[in-house]
Design a protein around this ligand. Structure first.
Ligand SMILES: C[S@@+](CC[C@H](N)C(=O)[O-])C[C@H]1O[C@@H](n2cnc3c(N)ncnc32)[C@H](O)[C@@H]1O
Length: 217
């Protein structure tokens, strides 16, 4: 049942629970969250179960006074849930939707078939499960924008940390190519921090279609 944890995380992001807590100054009761995200009144007790599970997982913390019941204890952020709050460029954490995606999750149910399928040396798990590549499915479903947004937000977060804490790894580098660099968020962060490095992004035509122009990349 471990997959339920990922599904609950996705539900919290879909409902924008982190944004609801953020809008209430970083601490919100169940009724605050229910009002902010539009929970049906008959389902507030189920929201309590969702929040309780996410608290046990360390996604949120809870302040419960001796006289508080389920409706007036305050849910707060933990370090992981701080990362789920939207900013001016995105209103939720797009990487969660990319990672906890129904098509990716159902593909995992075909691992046994992938191991035994005689075509499997040429096919990815995704192809065995869904009969097409991830790229073809993304194009068919029109979800390329969501995928790119997830990659960009993840890259920004990682690069901020890498450049702050490990900038020595770029010493002596004068040029680099980010192979499969999608919309270039990684290269953008490097080019901005180290303007003398000549950065290039390589990816497939459909992946770079619509990529923003980035100075110095
Ligand atoms: C999971 S994304 C990673 C994007 C980015 N490097 C990052 O870390 O966010 C994988 C990327 O590989 C690209 N890709 C897949 N096959 C490729 C190929 N044959 N040549 C170049 N890029 C490819 C995809 O288009 C996609 O942008």
């Amino acid at each position: 049942m471990a997959y339920v944890k990922s599904a609950m995380l996705r539900a919290a992001v879909d409902l924008r629970v982190p944004d609801a807590i953020h809008h209430r100054g970083g601490a919100a009761t169940l009724s605050d969250i229910a009002a902010e995200v539009g929970i049906q009144p008959a389902k507030v007790s189920h929201l309590h179960r969702l929040m309780r599970a996410l608290t046990i997982l360390g996604i949120f913390s809870v302040d419960q006074g001796p006289h508080d019941d389920a409706t007036n204890m305050h849910y707060k952020f933990t370090p992981p849930s701080r990362l789920l709050v939207g900013d001016s460029s995105c209103t939720q954490s797009p990487i969660v939707r990319v990672l906890v995606d129904p098509l990716s999750l159902t593909a995992l149910c075909s691992i046994g078939e992938w191991f035994t399928d005689e075509r499997a040396s040429a096919l990815t798990l995704f192809e065995v499960a869904h009969g097409c590549t991830r790229e073809e499915m993304t194009a068919k479903k029109g979800t390329r924008g969501m995928f790119n947004a997830g990659m960009v937000s993840d890259n920004r977060l990682l690069m901020e940390t890498i450049i702050r804490d490990h900038c020595n790894i770029f010493e002596g580098v004068t040029s680099l190519v980010d192979a499969s660099g999608a919309h270039g968020a990684t290269a953008e962060a490097i080019a901005k921090a180290f303007p003398h490095i000549n950065c290039t992004v390589l990816d497939l035509p459909h992946a770079i279609a619509g990529a923003p122009a980035i100075s110095n990349v």
